[in-house]
Design a binder for this molecule. Structure first.
Ligand code: FES
Ligand code: FES
Length: 171
């Protein structure tokens, strides 16, 4: 049995240690927000936060996240309670087909966690691994700036939904 934390909840899965995390989350744990694009670590559609870093999970064996914290798009917020980045995405009508967007939001969230006031080039660097075939890049950049402004004004959170009881460490 392999154990890790998914969106704040401990999970255990009985899978081969080399199964990519993306398939464990989608097929075994039934969270479908993270997408399969290239399967080669090149497009970013499968991105999840692993200990706060945007990580390509199509090429990451689940064994690599044992006892680590994994957060998917579902762990950031939901349609009723959106994270600040999700809200900026909605307000800015960012998605076109939408396929790449959960990965984009995950990478934008990781960026703002590490750097709440990113420059254009910070955004370009942080988002360069997330490909959008619909070319929504200008709206993505604008939404990241809007999210940064909202955070600076104390509006919204990077992770709006807590799907778990606070632990002693978080209290
Ligand atoms: S599906 Fe993982 S990087 Fe493309
Ligand atoms: S919105 Fe279609 S691939 Fe990005």
């Amino acid at each position: 049995m392999l154990r890790f934390t998914l969106n704040g909840q401990p999970v255990e899965v009985d899978v081969s240690a080399d199964t990519p995390l993306l398939w464990v989350v989608r097929d075994h744990l039934k969270l479908k927000g993270s997408k399969f694009g290239c399967g080669m670590g090149l497009c970013g559609a499968c991105s999840m936060l692993v200990d706060g870093q945007s990580t390509r999970t199509c090429i990451l064996p689940v064994a690599a996240v044992i006892n680590r914290d994994v957060v998917t798009i579902e762990g950031l917020g939901n349609p009723e309670i959106t994270s600040v980045v999700q809200q900026a995405w909605t307000d800015g009508n960012v998605p076109q087909c939408g396929y790449c967007q959960s990965g984009q939001i995950i990478s934008a969230t990781a960026l703002l966690k590490n750097n709440p006031n990113p420059t254009d080039s910070d955004i370009d660097n942080a988002m360069s691994g997330n490909i959008c075939r619909c070319g929504t890049y200008p709206r993505i950049k604008a939404a990241i700036k809007d999210a940064a402004n909202a955070l600076a004004k104390g509006k919204g959170q990077l992770q709006a939904v807590h799907m778990f009881e606070p632990t002693e460490k978080e209290a």
